[in-house]
Design a protein around this ligand. Structure first.
Ligand code: PLP
Length: 355
């Protein structure tokens, strides 16, 4: 049995993979594949509507917000956010907490002034910057709630008065949030939502249409909202599997229930990292991510042997990103607690062998 600690793309519960594959063969007894029915057919429109309704229900999205599925990944949102929200001659604020934040900043600079108000670059992004001032005339404050590569997570969000725009790609649906605190949330599907291809955007309607800019249709949130996520052919399989996955999450008790599990999973792994003399965490303790657990070995020469040992136990995808080294265990919603136990046991056995 494989225990997939990979950072992506797409870790879904086995039962969701099974349902999704059934839909590829014969969608809802139509005799057609989900991949071949028209996206304008009532059967697919119902899928899109249910996916959006589940997002609204699970995240308790208040009225005054639109939920859309787009394409282009979170990376396109780096540009789209600024295109739609940052008017010429205006400024926006960005927290630089890692690779993805930096990419968002670079794209925003194509559209206006993007001020970096805080950065944790000085310590290789091993903590969440907390002291910063945001100019009163800043259009929004952009931050990355979970830094997938460096393993840090905002456990307390910035002040909502700053008009928050958040890249939640790697921790959306992992914990309860108050959507009303945000102007805009975006997330590539491929961690806690579904297969790569769809990108979720939740946006407060009243902030749109204020830049005075003519925006190409595909990049215009207002046009995408008006077209109900079907301005062009949507990524049908990604949306379908996302809908099935959100049904699974709802049946499990929703975001509050999965948050409890996620806390238990992360606690179990960090406890072993702190106890086991062979390993150490790489981030500030208070900013440790529940989704992306980064750690290294006291003796780097043991890293390759441990990677091999863990793989023999079925734990795959734990090699850390090259900018941190060591290991990264991604504990997305679909990863069962039993997989974390297997990894912890592998760490303990490896300790015994290397005494
Ligand atoms: N933002 C974060 C936090 C990510 O983890 C990733 C990918 O892992 C991205 C953005 C880029 O996402 P995409 O590949 O959907 O463009």
């Amino acid at each position: 049995m494989k225990h997939n600690f990979g950072a992506g793309p797409c870790i879904l519960p086995q039962e969701v993979f099974k349902q999704a594959s059934q839909g590829v063969l014969n969608f809802n007894d139509t005799g057609l594949s989900i991949l071949e029915i028209s996206h304008r057919a009532p059967e697919f429109v119902a899928v899109m509507e249910e996916a959006i309704a589940l997002v609204k229900e699970l995240l308790k999205v208040p009225t005054g917000y639109s939920v859309i599925f787009l394409q282009g990944g979170a990376s396109l949102q780096f540009a789209m956010v600024a295109y739609n929200l940052l008017a010429e001659g205006k400024k926006a604020s960005y927290i630089d907490s890692g690779v993805w934040a930096k990419k968002a900043i670079a794209e925003a600079k194509l559209f206006g002034q993007a001020d970096v108000v805080a950065s944790s670059k000085d310590k290789n992004y091993s903590y969440i910057p907390k002291n910063y001032t945001v100019a009163a005339d800043s259009s929004y404050l952009h931050f990355t709630s979970n830094n997938t590569i460096f393993g840090t997570e905002f456990h307390q969000f910035p002040d909502k008065k700053n008009h928050l725009v958040c890249d939640m790609s790697s921790d959306i649906f992992s914990k309860e949030i108050n959507v009303a605190d945000f102007d805009l949330i975006y997330a590539g599907a491929q961690k806690n939502i579904g297969p790569a291809g769809a990108t979720l955007v939740i946006v407060k309607d009243e902030i749109l249409g204020k830049t005075g800019r003519t925006i190409p249709s595909m990049l215009d949130y207002e046009k995408q909202i008006a077209a109900e996520s079907m301005y062009n052919t949507p990524p049908v399989f990604s949306v379908y599997a996302a809908m099935l996955n959100l049904r699974w999450l709802k049946a499990k008790g929703g975001v509050a229930a999965i948050e409890k599990e996620n806390i238990t999973k992360a606690d179990a792994l960090y406890k072993e990292i702190d106890r086991n003399p062979l390993f150490k965490g790489t981030t500030a303790t208070e900013d440790r991510s529940r989704m992306s657990v980064c750690f290294v070995m006291e003796n780097p020469d043991l890293e390759k042997p441990f990677l091999k040992f863990a793989e023999e136990k079925g734990c795959i995808g734990i090699k850390g990103h090259r900018s941190v080294g060591g290991f990264r265990a991604s504990l997305y919603n679909a990863l069962p607690i039993t997989s974390v136990h297997v990894l912890v046991e592998a760490m303990q056995e490896f300790e015994e062998k290397n005494k």
